[in-house]
Design a protein around this ligand. Structure first.
Ligand SMILES: Nc1nc2c([nH]c(=O)n2[C@H]2C[C@H](O)[C@@H](COP(=O)(O)OP(=O)(O)OP(=O)(O)O)O2)c(=O)[nH]1
Length: 137
């Protein structure tokens, strides 16, 4: 069974995004230093949206408003993350708080279309970043 993961493409504006938030992982060692979408695994008893809101409060200290799903190639628009995980990614904007690397990350960075690929994204995230890049102005 593929495990469900949720992630947020946090941008400055849902209708006219110009900046995307990326976060640098600290764990596990094989993934540490890679940049990703904040989020994580859906726990038993949670909806995917509940899981994402929980993870964003824990990891970045923010509440968000979710937009549409960034549609991926798998069933339900999910994106493959290797063999074991599939991630649903929502567009999101910050409702309250300032994103900070509270847990699981040691840096966050807002990226524009110009410097979107200047950070070493986790390899599985690159097709997702490509999809987002088409919307960043
Ligand atoms: N959150 C997140 N995980 C990603 C991304 N890209 C990617 O390959 N992954 C992988 C890393 C992990 O193997 C898996 C998600 O696990 P996670 O470690 O973020 O989940 P979690 O916060 O619930 O972690 P834990 O409680 O089990 O330690 O998906 C991404 O953009 N965001």
């Amino acid at each position: 069974m593929v495990r469900a993961v949720v992630g947020a493409a946090i941008v400055d504006d849902l209708d006219h995004p110009t900046r995307l938030l990326s976060a640098r992982r600290t764990e596990p060692p094989a993934l540490a230093g890679g940049w990703e979408f904040a989020g994580g695994k859906v726990d038993p008893g949670e909806t995917p949206e509940q899981a994402l809101h929980r993870e964003l409060i824990e990891e970045l200290g923010v509440t968000v408003r979710l937009g549409e799903v960034v549609p991926g190639p798998l069933a339900d628009g999910r994106w493959p993350l290797g063999e074991s995980y599939a991630m649903t990614v929502w567009w999101a904007v910050v409702d309250s708080g300032v994103p900070a690397p509270i847990e699981d990350h040691d840096a966050v960075r807002w990226l524009t279309a110009e410097d979107l690929y200047d950070v070493p994204w986790l390899p599985a995230d690159l097709p997702i970043v490509d999809a987002i890049a088409t919307r960043l102005r």
